[in-house]
Design a binder for this molecule. Structure first.
Ligand code: FMN
Length: 340
């Protein structure tokens, strides 16, 4: 890592003030690996259910383990029982993770119903007990992922402030705050205003923003204007590892790099597919990879046609054929015609 420190997550120093968020169902090793290749200094793995990863047999499965070549990398845990969360954290650090992030943000109804994730925002005592238990167990940095409340009620706002205040008192290494309530899920525009208020009240705390990081230039301007410590890229990085190249280049004062040509995109698509195929049986690999494809094709000038062709492809070979047809030399021609 370079000499300049732009963001500190406890003892972990990053040379740029952004990293890749935890994205359930997406932020697996291949996605993290491409992010890193294009300049992301640190990434969080998919959220893991503490109850599962606390069991000794589960962590031997490679899908839960960090790659040898991707440090620093963080694990995010989901649960409501302090002892289980602490046990999971210890197991994950033992498996090689460099940071533990506590999920107090997930809005999925089945998670909320079980009192986990975003539901913890209504239970400050529980959220803080979990933080204390985890911090008491591991010596790596411990961060918390929050939303700005379960809803916009005064009680919810009060709970949010109580969690923030007590977490900072307990020495949380950073708060990553998604500027939406649980009820909002992903609707509306993310509000970084409350995050600015947190930073104003607790200037020595590390406050990291989440929400609507889609455009590198805009996000960096917003960071500068708000004075927050950093931000995470989430949906904006799915099928788009180039956002990190743009962010890094702008941060380093080198201007916006030229966008990736179709040949470069083709290389990444084929490699990503190959990586996914290593971890899944073929039919599942294609289905799983489609989730990324619909994001990757956004950069293609004939996006609609490419999506249609890709959705018809059933086997890995068929997907590869479509990619080769639309990207690379022929694709460049098709692309050029489309944009001309
Ligand atoms: C499909 C999907 C899965 C997500 N999974 C997680 C998760 O596991 N843990 C987490 O803290 N946030 C998760 N998030 C929330 C993101 O990390 C981020 O906070 C949110 O998308 C707002 O950022 P954005 O508007 O830039 O996407 C997820 C979001 C999406 C869209």
């Amino acid at each position: 890592m370079g000499g300049n420190v732009a963001l500190k997550l406890g003892s972990l120093a990053l040379d740029v003030p952004f990293f890749q968020a935890s994205l359930s169902g997406y932020s697996d090793y291949p996605m993290r690996m491409f992010a890193r290749r294009y300049g992301c200094p640190f990434a969080l793995a998919d959220v893991m259910l503490a109850k599962s990863v606390a069991r000794p047999d589960v962590l031997s499965k490679s899908c839960f383990l960090p790659g040898d070549d991707e440090h620093p990398v963080g694990a995010q845990i989901l649960g409501k029982t302090p002892e289980t969360m602490a046990k999971a954290a210890r197991a994950l650090v033992g498996a090689g993770y460099d940071l533990i992030d506590i999920n107090c943000a997930c809005p999925a109804p089945k998670v909320m119903r079980r009192g986990r994730g975003g539901a913890l925002l209504d239970y400050p005592d529980k959220a803080i007990e979990i933080l204390k238990a985890v911090r008491g167990t591991v010596s790596c940095p411990v961060t918390m992922k929050l939303r700005i409340g379960t809803n916009h009620s005064a009680q919810s706002r009060e709970n949010f402030w109580e969690i923030v205040t007590r977490a900072i008192e307990q020495g949380v290494d950073a708060l990553v705050i998604h500027g939406r309530t649980v009820s909002q899920r992903y609707r509306g525009k993310a509000d970084w205003g409350l995050l600015v208020e947190v930073k104003r009240q607790f200037p020595s705390a590390t406050v990291i923003a989440s929400g609507d990081v889609f455009d590198a230039q805009e996000s960096l301007s917003q960071l500068k204007e708000t004075g927050l410590d950093g931000f995470v890229a989430a949906r904006g990085s799915i099928g788009n590892p180039w956002i990190f190249k743009e962010l890094r280049s702008l941060w380093e004062g080198k201007g916006l790099p030229s966008p990736p040509g179709l040949a470069e995109q083709k290389g990444v698509l084929l490699e990503h597919l190959a990586r996914v195929a290593e971890g899944y049986p073929e039919h599942r690999a294609v289905g799983y990879f489609r989730k990324f494809l619909v994001y990757y094709v956004r950069r293609h000038p004939k996006r609609k046609q490419v999506v249609q062709a890709l959705l018809k492809a059933r086997t890995r070979k068929e997907v590869e054929t479509v990619i080769c047809e639309w990207y690379g030399e022929d694709g460049e021609m098709k692309g050029a015609q489309a944009s001309g």
